[in-house]
Design a protein around this ligand. Sequence first.
Ligand code: PBG
Length: 341
Amino acid sequence: MTSSRESRLHLTERPRRLRRTDALRRMSRETVLTPSDLIQPFFIVEGSGQRQPIPSMPGQARLSVDVLLEEVKQLQDLGVPGIALFPKVDDGRKTVGGDEAWNDDGLVPRAIKTLKDAFPDLMVIGDCALDPFTTTGQDGLLAEQTWPSGQQYLEIDNDRTVEALIKQALCEARAGVDVIAPSDMMDGRIGALRGALDEAGFERVCILSYAAKYASGFYGPFRDALDSAPRGGLDKKTYQMDPANRREALREVRLDLEQGADMVMVKPALPYLDVVMAVKEAVSVPVAAYHVSGEYAMLKAAAENGWLDGDRCMMEAVLSIKRAGADVILTYAAKELAAKL
Ligand code: PBG
């Protein structure tokens, strides 16, 4: 067959040739997202039969443990290997010191035990930070300091917080958690947690460090879900990273790996894909990225308004996180994406 058209440009390379058919496009695809890449975060509450919708996270709800079991069964059938748990703690159980975080009869350890009994192969990630449990909404414990002038102020007590995180991690380990994920950003917590876990006989428990966690506005809907926004005027900028910094992320990652982290995380994901890529190039452990509540919410909101094709954009967004270098992606869209993959 001869073409009626004559080639005018005489190009040696025509990248579009590989885009002509679906078969050619599939053959030249560089990144393939699979359900195994995804982790579904869950918000949990006391009670039974509870499915409390979270208005700023369309499609997401706070679940009681019995309902969570049904959801996890579906995720397992879809091939999603793991979940992360975040508790909505009743106001009456919150204290300045966050002691509920290491109550062996608390919501999180009970949920972990129930899940691991029902699904031994499920990867359960337990959060390690105090914010759902403190009346201050801070991830750490506050200490009162005094300026030379005599004026008093509050600051996060790093080392006392690490002692509390150890108690929380051991509590989750006793319940059977597979992975401890410190999301608090205190200095030195990875080494301290690794040491404490090993000493207590939990060498098998992994640590997924939130190594480069930024002080981000994109956590808003998560704080709605848990009613965990910082109270009393202090923000989290003295421990979470400055959004302007990338080299500092590599420093945090190096420190956490030196202290024994098995995996490192960048959070949020989409506004920090350059950081995901830099971390991926710098390390040989699995790199995780957290596609956070606000990233999820903005796509859902635009889709609900008819401004975007929500399904298509969600897939594109999460694929881009993998393309940037993430091996593990925590996303609230895990279930809906896995169902389409
Ligand atoms: C706190 C924590 C936060 C998230 C996970 N763990 C919020 C914060 O630092 O205030 C946010 C996750 C999300 O927005 O989806 N330890």
